[in-house]
Design a protein around this ligand. Structure first.
Ligand code: FAD
Length: 449
């Protein structure tokens, strides 16, 4: 097996500590021989694609849908992330504006806000219990030079008439520490964000899809997908439990996509990250109500959300392991911790936040997860070039939560309504194209930025 398949024994995460009855679900004992749509992966992207395909079809035209998952449902990045649902209104957006123009970057920022709003509406309408909270997020900079670089980009965005960045406020060094409560803050951006329990959201999307007719098969890795269709235009999807013929195949396999879709080799690269849950025996007098990112460099940052019970989820620790690329780059091993990062979160709150010195805050869960990184930091969405009927929704670069849900709606419009990419509401920059597939990952350059 290629080393980019999911490993068998992913370690537990805080989010997966209360397994849902669907965790190891198989809708049928054996696999059907055919299915209109086969979705590979039961994370946020796979569950959302199944949900939207069925939501957009009426009863007489409902397609048959199989969701094939290598391990337990939602056991990939979505079940192991930081729970941040944070639209980016100025940060990577500033890079993309410089490279692709303000209009293309603005489309991405607006799309991420739409994702937050769409999830807010869905969660309210369907009464999905997933601890969604909306609040302010502080992007706190700890390095003067990097802060100045980001601020200059942010000012360029505003000067170019980029309205959405006006929803971001900046506090300079004199105010940043008091505004954010973070020790040594050199500057601080703030904007609106969401946070939630990602596993619970995905399990409820899967539940809705199954009650609308989808067939979920967990513990069923897809081993290969044929390179060309048969005479009926169907693709052969080979799994550990037999083969299925499908008219449409959707790769919602994120970090692991290149194991079964060779065109994504070195274009979607597995990158290992680490995250923790912090328990607080003696809560501080002023608990944290906002979410945070603490940034030192573009690739070196921590992200943090408070939970409704006052505990904290914090991920990052990149300064402890980035210099050893084998620890994280092209690495799918979420069965164990990154040794050099394991203790990083223990006194994290005491080290970084005023007023937390006597709280005894300590990590009671630490886990790893695998993200899908792309050379241009943009996801791949849409029809796979030269493979009519195969689509991809993958490569979310550690930032899928404010992108995936409406990317899946776009994918389902292409399948169910036959819509063209341009008519789906998806950002131009997300489209998977032959040109984007020419670009290879240069990890050293990315780390130097
Ligand atoms: C430690 C960590 C922290 C993160 N924090 C955040 C955050 O705070 N905010 C944010 O926006 N994003 C965050 N992310 C990224 C975010 O989790 C992802 O972008 C998002 O979950 C991607 O969803 P997905 O469905 O595409 O991928 P996944 O959840 O990884 O789902 C892909 C699924 O496909 C399955 N699969 C793969 N190959 C096969 C195969 N051959 N056969 C069958 N099944 C297969 C996998 O087992 C997996 O379940 C973080 C990620 C990690 C790892």
């Amino acid at each position: 097996m290629s080393k980019t398949f999911p490993v068998d024994n992913g370690m537990p995460s805080f989010w997966r500590s209360q397994p849902d009855p669907l965790d190891n679900h198989r809708s049928t004992e054996t696999l059907p021989e055919t299915s209109d749509i086969v979705i590979i992966g039961a994370g946020f992207a796979g569950a959302s694609t199944a949900y939207h395909c069925l939501d957009q079809s009426n009863d007489s035209t409902k397609p048959s849908i199989m969701v094939l998952e290598a391990r337990q449902a939602c056991s990939g990045a979505t079940g192991r992330n930081g729970g941040h649902l944070k639209p980016d209104l100025y940060n990577s957006i500033g890079d993309w504006a410089a490279e692709y123009g303000v209009e293309a970057a603005a489309e991405v920022a607006a799309f991420e806000m739409q994702n937050l709003e769409a999830l807010e509406s869905l969660i309210e309408a369907k009464k999905i219990d997933c601890d969604l909270e909306l609040s302010e997020v502080f992007d706190v900079h700890l390095d003067n030079d990097y802060c100045a670089k980001v601020k200059a980009r942010y000012e360029t965005l505003i000067a170019s008439g980029f309205d959405i960045s006006k929803k971001v406020q900046f506090s300079p060094q004199e105010a940043a520490e008091a505004v954010s409560g973070v020790k040594g803050a050199k500057g601080c951006f703030s904007s609106r964000t969401g946070r939630l329990w990602p596993y619970k959201l995905v399990m409820q999307l899967l539940k809705q899809a199954i009650s609308a007719g989808a067939n979920l098969q967990t513990n069923t890795p897809v081993l290969s997908v044929s390179e060309s269709p048969n005479d009926d235009g169907r693709w052969t999807v080979t799994t550990s439990r037999g083969s299925i013929l499908a008219k449409w195949v959707v790769f919602a396999s994120n970090a692991y996509t290149s194991a079964i879709a060779p065109e994504y080799k070195d274009r979607i690269v597995p990158v290992r990250g680490i995250c923790s849950h912090i328990a607080i025996p003696n809560p501080p007098t002023t608990p944290i109500r906002s979410s945070y990112t603490l940034r030192s460099k573009s690739w070196d940052y921590d992200y943090l959300i408070p939970r409704p019970d006052g505990s904290i989820v914090v991920g990052g620790a990149k300064s402890t392991y980035l210099s050893n690329t084998e620890n994280w780059y092209d690495n799918t091993d979420d069965s164990r911790l990154i040794d050099s990062a394991a203790a990083y979160f223990n006194d994290y709150m005491q080290r970084n936040f005023h007023g937390w010195e006597n709280t005894g805050a300590n990590a009671d869960h630490v886990w790893t997860g695998i993200m899908g990184f792309t050379p241009d930091s943009l996801p791949h969405v849409g029809h796979i070039p030269n493979k009519q009927g195969q689509l991809v929704i993958a490569g979310f670069n550690g930032h899928g939560m404010p992108q995936v849900f409406l990317c899946a709606r776009g994918i389902s419009r292409m399948i169910v309504d036959g819509a063209k990419y341009e008519d789906t509401g998806l950002p131009k920059l997300f489209q998977t194209t032959p040109k984007r597939l020419e670009r290879l990952m240069d990890v050293r350059q990315a780390m130097a930025e």
